[in-house]
Each structure stands twice: as structure tokens, then as C-alpha cells.
Design a protein around this ligand. Structure first.
Ligand code: FES
Length: 129
């Protein structure tokens, strides 16, 4: 029987203005700093709340990926699931997603999970819009 890793969560209550870049030029992407690389151990995921976003941040062998935390199938929290290589298994019904692409790789899920572009900025894991 597999056990779930201890739940870890980082909540960002007040955005750090320095972590957000939103310039008047519409072609300049905005970034949100989510956590430090060291907050996410290799082979694990953490949940990060930022405003209305609830995200799962994954460390896959030193590469970082971000998806919505909510499973597209039901009430499962992907950050509480089991991460094996780049596949997260939902803690609720065992559905699986590729964290690189968001694609479904195991039933009962049918709808891909949203992914975010990750940009590493020093020790910070950020997402870019
Ligand atoms: S809630 Fe995630 S697989 Fe059902």
C-alpha cells in the first residue's frame, strides 16, 4: 500500500511587488513567484495558494512544473497525490496526469489539468503569463 507524502503548503497572502512584473507593454509577460526551489523536495509536490489560484508545484529531478492543484475529475488535490517521474496520481480516485503537459495518462480522469509556464529566477520558482 502506498502512502501519501506529508502535505506541505505554501500560502502567499500578500503578493510581493518585487515578485510580479507587469509592465505597460502588453507583450511583456507577468510573473508570480510561488516558492523557493528548496521548498519542494525532489520527487514531491507542494500546494501554493496565490489569490484565487490553488497550484501544485512539482520537483521532478530538479525540474519544476506547475499545474492547477484541483483534479479535473473531482475533489482530489494533486499536490497530495503520488508523484512518480513526471506523472502525478490523484489522491482521490487514482487518476493520473503528466505534470509537464497536463495531459491525462490514467483513468478515470478525462480532462487535462491546466499547466503554467515555469521560469526559475535564482532560487525562486515563478510562473509566467
Ligand atoms: S478526483 Fe482525482 S481522480 Fe477523481
Amino acid at each position: 500500500m502506498r502512502t501519501h507524502p506529508a502535505r506541505r503548503e505554501v500560502s502567499i497572502i500578500t503578493p510581493d511587488p518585487a515578485s510580479m512584473t507587469s509592465l505597460p507593454n502588453a507583450t511583456t509577460p507577468a510573473r508570480i513567484a510561488l516558492c523557493r526551489k528548496t521548498d519542494v523536495a525532489d520527487g514531491t509536490a507542494i500546494r501554493v495558494a496565490h489569490g484565487d489560484l490553488a497550484l501544485a508545484v512539482y520537483n521532478v529531478g530538479g525540474e519544476f512544473f506547475v499545474t492547477d492543484d484541483a483534479c479535473t475529475h473531482g475533489p482530489g488535490s494533486l499536490s497530495e497525490g503520488i508523484l512518480e517521474d513526471d506523472v502525478i496520481e490523484c489522491n482521490f480516485h487514482g487518476g493520473q496526469f503528466n505534470v509537464r503537459t497536463g495531459e491525462v495518462v490514467g483513468p478515470p480522469c478525462m480532462i487535462p489539468v491546466k499547466t503554467y509556464k515555469v521560469v526559475l529566477d535564482g532560487d525562486s520558482v515563478t510562473i509566467e503569463f
